[in-house]
Each structure stands twice: as C-alpha cells, then as structure tokens.
Design a protein around this ligand. Structure first.
Ligand code: SAH
Ligand code: SF4
Ligand code: F3S
Length: 481
C-alpha cells in the first residue's frame, strides 16, 4: 500500500508471533487490499483454486479457499478469476505435465487481465527442478509456496500485493501443525479431516515423503473438536486423511492408536459415516479390524494398497509385507467383516519387474477379488531410490498394464453386482452429471447408485433398492421410508 500507509515489512514487525493469530492479522490486511481492488474493479475480486492429486490436496485447497474468502474474495466457478491457485501434485510425471499444460492456458488469460494473480503451491513446488522450470519458462506466475508453509498463505497473500516479480517461499520441512485456520468446504454434508501429515515409509518409488516431509499426527483432541464442529454444521460423513492412517498417533507425546481414535470419533452425534484413507497393510492391526467390525458408522470400504504381487518386487519397493502376508490379511478381514469392500492401488513397471512378476500381481487380484483397483504405470521420480534402478522396457509395461487392467475390471464387475436386488443406504451427493432427472448416491461400500428423487435429498441418507448393476455402478429405486 502506498501514500504513507504502512508497508508490509512494518506491518509484519507488528504482527502477532503466535499462530493462528498471526494469519488472522494478515487476513485482515489482505482484506483491505481486496477492498481496494474491489473499488478499482467495481465488483468483488474473485478466486479459483484448481486441485491436482489426492484427497489431502483437496483438503488443503479448502483451507486456501477459507483464507481467500475470509479476506473478502468471492469464489468463481471459472479459472478466469482475479486470483488463481494451482494446488499441484507430483506423484507421477503425468501430474506434473497436467500442471504445465494448464499453466500454458493461464498465460493467455493473464495477458487479457493484467491484474490477475497466479499462485502455485502443493507437492510439485517442493521439487527444486519444477520451481526452476517455472522461474525460467512461466515468468507470469506471481507466487510459489510449498506444502510445509501452506498455513502461512494469508501472510504470503498480503505480501504478494507489495511484491514486484515472483514471490517464492519454500521450506524444506516443518514440525509445525497450525490449528484453527478458516476452511471453506466443497460439500456441506461431507468433509475430509487431516489426522496426520507426511509419511515415513519411503516406498522406493514414491516422492511423497520427500515433498510432504516426516510423519506428524494431530492431537486427538484437536481432531475430535474439529469433527464435533463439522457435525454441528451439518456434516454427516467424514473421511480421516493420512498417508498411512494405521500409524496414526505413534509419535504423539501420549501415544494413541488409530483404532482408539476411531472409537472416539464413533461417539460424536450427528456423524453417521466414517471413512479413512490410506491404510498401509504393514501397520493394519487386529484392534482396528475389531473396531471396524463392531462399528455402526465405519463404512464397509477399506482401501488397502497392494502395489505388486511379487515378493521380490515388494521387497525392492520397501513395502514391508510379503504377498502371503497381504493375502492372509485380506482373507482375515473378509472373514471378520464379510460385507467389507476391498480396493487397492497397483503399479506396473517398477524397475526390474518381469512379465512373470506381473502375472503374480494378476494372481493376487484374482485371489483377493477387489471391488475396485487403481492401476498405475510406474513413473520415475527423481531422487527416489527406484529412479536409479534399471527401468523396464515400455513394451513390457504396456502389455502387463493392459492385462492387469482387464483382470481388475472383470473381477470388480463380478464383485460389485453381488448386491443386485438388495436395499442399501446411500448418501445422496449430487444431481447426476449426465441425466439431471437422477440423483447420485454413494453406498457405504463406496459404490455409486443413480436413482430418481428430489434435489432436496442431497446430503441425506436414503434407502435405495439396487435394481440393476451397470458394470461399476447401480441404477436403483428409492424405497418409501
Ligand atoms: N500413502 C498411500 C499412497 C499415496 S500415493 C499408500 O501408501 O497407500 C497413491 C498411489 O500412487 C500409491 O498407492 C501408488 O500406487 C501410486 N504411486 C506412488 N508413486 C508412484 C510412482 N512413482 N509411479 C506410479 N505410481 C505411483
Ligand atoms: Fe508413498 Fe509409501 Fe508413503 Fe504411501 S506409504 S505415501 S506409497 S512412501
Ligand atoms: Fe500428489 Fe502430493 Fe497427494 S504428490 S498424491 S498431492 S500427497
């Protein structure tokens, strides 16, 4: 700000040192800047956050939206807003490529609208090579920050309006968790909740531990308080988020297990469904299986990434379990909780993987009979141990991938249709994207069902007869209640 108004450095010196108070102070200042901008534009300035990657990134984006809205910006459905953020992912190379592609499109928009501000954050920004590339080839970007200092967004937002050129703030790591910042939820009736950040597993193919830092759990009281507030605000379904929720709480001053946390979450009135992501097979405890079994709220869906079915590859991946241990675990879960849907992640083309190894993965898929599986082609990530191992020829990968995908789809189709004719509860999420006369709901086991009903049911749990299985989803009819 000019004309004798205090500048950013003076303001920062006066800002509270404590968080989140410091960020609320900067939100207020950013609000004054938004007002100023509104005066110039003759309307409220708009923002748009585009999210790449996983549910954790989606939750981070809700926090960015919360800050921007608190500072007086209005959310816009379109990317052509006054403030645009790309919250990036770098788990596979195609995630990076999508970001570069979309950035190219933004360049044109900014030319027509010079006051437009463009910010990049998230996992890809923790990679020095990506930041270098942006500095060189995408000069029109205004702000870059990373995963560790996302809580500082209000401060950066305020500083940005006084910075000429690109403002870059990336931290290598943090042990900090800042609570009680504003959040703008995408859905009124369901929400993700971070229970931990980072990852300590260092699977040899994976970049996440490098870009998200070491594992840190939030205190159980903070988590429960947040869920209670969500329930009071109309949320009926929550998803507890972490890269490995099964190791939740191990490093807290007073250690708590994930199963213990779930028991407490179950007691919160108003919450009707509990989901969580992701469960690492090596840390899944008997205590957790028993809590899931006895729970009325925990959904009948467990995402249990296998990655590969060959013991040699699992070892090279540093996954910490054998194929036999995984199969025994999956069988045990199905014995204890027969209606539990199991889904998984699979990678084809990890260094050294042979067609025989891929056959082993296919055999596990057939044996476990997943309800669904995400199949990925291995992507070489610079800095990970697997990047320096011998890579698999493309033809082997392609052939193996197609075969695995077909097995996964055939198995899932068979599994999903077993509920045909039954009545199940569905949480109504939205009007069907293709056919506006239908609503789309999600079953406890994560399968989608489409059925006729009034829009007023969105956010409600209804009983639906699953009349026809159409491959991976159902058509249904609502039951009279
Ligand atoms: N923490 C979760 C997974 C997070 S990443 C877990 O351990 O289960 C989501 C998925 O992306 C992984 O399960 C894995 O299947 C896939 N993935 C991660 N790194 C990859 C890479 N370099 N190439 C291809 N797929 C990868
Ligand atoms: Fe990556 Fe493994 Fe951590 Fe999952 S558990 S985020 S795959 S390192
Ligand atoms: Fe991607 Fe980061 Fe999630 S790399 S998958 S957005 S943790």
């Amino acid at each position: 700000m000019q004309d004798g108004k205090e500048n950013w450095a003076e303001a920062a010196a006066k800002a509270p040192a404590k968080e989140p108070e410091r960020q609320y102070y900067f939100m207020k200042r950013a609000g004054a800047r938004a007002d100023e901008l509104a005066g110039r534009l003759g309307r409220r300035p708009t923002f748009h956050v585009t999210t790449f990657g996983c549910q954790m990134n989606a939750r981070d984006s809700e926090k960015l939206c919360g800050v921007l809205e608190s500072a007086g910006f209005t959310e816009s459905e379109e990317e052509n807003a006054d403030f645009v953020i790309f919250n990036t992912c770098t788990v596979r190379d195609n995630a990076d490529q999508r970001v570069y592609g979309r950035l190219g499109e933004l360049k044109g928009l900014k030319k027509k609208k010079p006051h437009m501000k463009i910010a990049l954050c998230g996992c890809m920004m923790q990679e020095p090579s990506a930041v270098e590339k942006i500095k060189e080839s995408y000069r029109f970007v205004d702000l870059i920050f990373g995963t560790h200092n996302i809580y500082k967004f209000a401060e950066l937002l305020d500083m940005l309006y006084e910075t000429d050129g690109m403002l870059i703030d990336i931290w290598q790591d943090t042990d900090k968790i800042v609570e009680d910042l504003p959040v703008k939820r995408k859905y009124p009736f369901k929400s993700g909740i971070n229970i931990m950040f980072g990852c300590n597993n260092f699977c040899s193919y994976c970049i996440v531990p490098y870009v998200r830092g070491r594992e840190r759990s939030r205190g159980p009281k903070d988590i429960l308080r947040e869920i209670e507030a969500l329930a009071a605000d109309g949320v009926v379904e929550i998803m507890l988020l972490g890269q490995n929720v099964n190791s939740y709480g191990k490093n807290l001053e007073e250690p708590v297990t994930f199963a213990e946390l779930l028991r407490e979450v179950e007691k919160i009135d108003g919450i009707e469904r509990i989901r969580f992501m992701t469960s690492h097979p090596k840390d899944l405890s008997e205590e957790l299986i028993q809590v899931m079994k006895g729970s009325k709220k925990i959904c009948r869906h467990l995402h249990l990434p296998l990655q590969a079915g060959s013991n040699r590859i699992l070892k090279a991946m540093n996954r910490g379990y054998t194929k036999e241990e995984y199969i025994a675990l999956a069988k045990h879960i199905r014995e204890e909780i027969p209606d539990m849907a199991l889904t998984t992640d699979l990678i084809v083309g990890f260094p050294g993987e042979t067609p025989e190894d891929i056959e082993e993965t296919i055999a596990v898929v057939k044996e476990v009979e997943y309800d669904n599986a995400f199949t990925f082609i291995y992507s070489r990530r610079t800095g990970t141990p697997a990047a320096s191992m011998e890579q698999v020829p493309e033809a082997v990968v392609k052939q193996g991938f197609d075969k695995l995908l077909k097995t996964v789809q055939d198995t899932a189709r068979e599994r999903i249709k077993r509920y045909q004719g039954q009545v199940m509860e569905a949480l109504v999420e939205e009007v069907n994207g293709q056919d506006a006369s239908l609503l789309t709901g999600r079953l406890s086991n994560n399968t989608m069902v489409h059925f006729a009903g009034p829009v007023s049911l969105i956010g409600k749990i209804v009983r639906v007869r699953l009349t026809e299985c159409r491959g991976f989803y159902y058509l249904g009819e609502m039951e009279e209640s």
